[in-house]
Design a protein around this ligand. Structure first.
Ligand code: NAD
Length: 289
């Protein structure tokens, strides 16, 4: 059992993820003071109104100065910008800085400047979300039972890592430690690449709809399931794909090779091979937890 922590938590980026993390921290640590910052004043006003944060900071400097924990939950490219800004500030001794970005290699690389100054930075990625965005969609149960990936370095202070997990206990997520490159490859396979595929399927349907308007009315069940994620924030996904470019390009190549193999099975009307292809996929899919 954990003792409720006191102290100041500064959250940069009060959207779906930043807002939900604020609610989780407040639920577990009611005495903690949660200060929020967002470039979009509508989001900060809403966050204050909804009671997601206790206080709004007008500047990064004022919010960061006395913080015990700083969480960055902006789109991934902006996380780099925020880290750069924090590197130029004088922060509290013992502060822990983490982020919620969907990519890790570039972010952890950028955070070297914080570690050089003696601050603890631990990359983080709560692996739950929604295609909704904005603080109005924030909820404290968002991360329940989800994996929360953390990417500490070999020289990360184990006590600071434990303390970060204590701060985040209210997420009720399952913490896992992975290497940043491993993180980006795995999330590339199970999240970022499928996202591009979902978008491409929607584009294909859109092209068809120009001449056959019936297509959108027929696109029910399966098509809706497989393309649901294409409704997420385009800005967020632009950033994620740029950050994970190398992994995505490799996965495109692998996938094109696989499609070429399937095309060959079809061309040859190879029933046995097609049956195997779908059977193996079904078996692995059915066995997934
Ligand atoms: P969101 O659009 O709901 O929120 C992002 C917030 O960041 C917005 O309020 C925006 O105004 C703010 N912001 C943008 N630039 C800023 C800046 N320069 N300074 C301060 N604030 C700024 O997006 P989200 O879904 O909460 O995603 C936030 C982060 O969490 C992203 O890095 C994303 O990759 C990651 N993430 C998202 C999900 C998901 O499913 N949505 C899941 C896990 C992790």
């Amino acid at each position: 059992a954990g003792v409720p922590l006191k102290g100041r938590v500064f959250i940069i980026g009060l959207g779906l993820i930043g807002g939900s993390l604020a609610l989780c921290i407040k639920a577990e640590h009611p005495k903690a003071k949660i200060i929020g910052y967002d470039i979009n004043k509508k989001q900060t006003r809403l966050a204050a109104m909804l009671g997601v944060v206790d206080e709004v900071a007008e500047e990064i400097e004022t919010g960061a100065a006395e913080a015990d924990l700083i969480l960055i939950a902006t789109p991934v490219k902006k996380i780099e910008t925020m880290i750069e800004q924090l590197c130029h500030l004088s922060l509290k001794q013992g502060v822990i800085i983490s982020d919620a970005g969907s990519t890790k290699v570039e972010i952890v690389k950028k955070a070297a400047c914080l570690r050089d100054k003696g601050y603890t930075f631990v990359g983080g990625h709560p692996m739950a979300g929604s295609h909704k965005s904005g603080v109005q969609a924030a909820k404290s149960i968002l991360f329940e039972n989800a994996f929360y990936l953390l990417t500490p370095e070999t020289d990360t202070d184990p006590e600071a890592l434990e303390s970060l997990k204590m701060w985040l206990k209210g997420t009720k997520a399952r913490f896992l430690q992975v290497h940043p490159a491993e993180h980006d490859y795995l999330t590339g396979v199970i999240s970022h690449f499928p996202h591009v595929i979902a978008a491409s399927l929607v584009h294909q349907a859109e092209r068809t709809s120009r001449t056959q308007s019936l297509v959108t009315r027929l696109a029910a069940g399966g098509f809706r399931d497989i393309t649901r994620i294409a409704s997420s924030s385009p800005h967020m996904w632009k950033d994620i794909s740029l950050h994970n470019k190398d992994v995505l390009l490799q996965l495109f190549t692998d996938w094109q090779e696989e499609m070429a193999r399937v095309a060959n099975m079809l061309r040859a009307e190879n029933e046995e091979a097609l049956l195997q292809y779908f059977s193996r996929a079904k078996q692995f899919r059915d066995e997934m937890p």
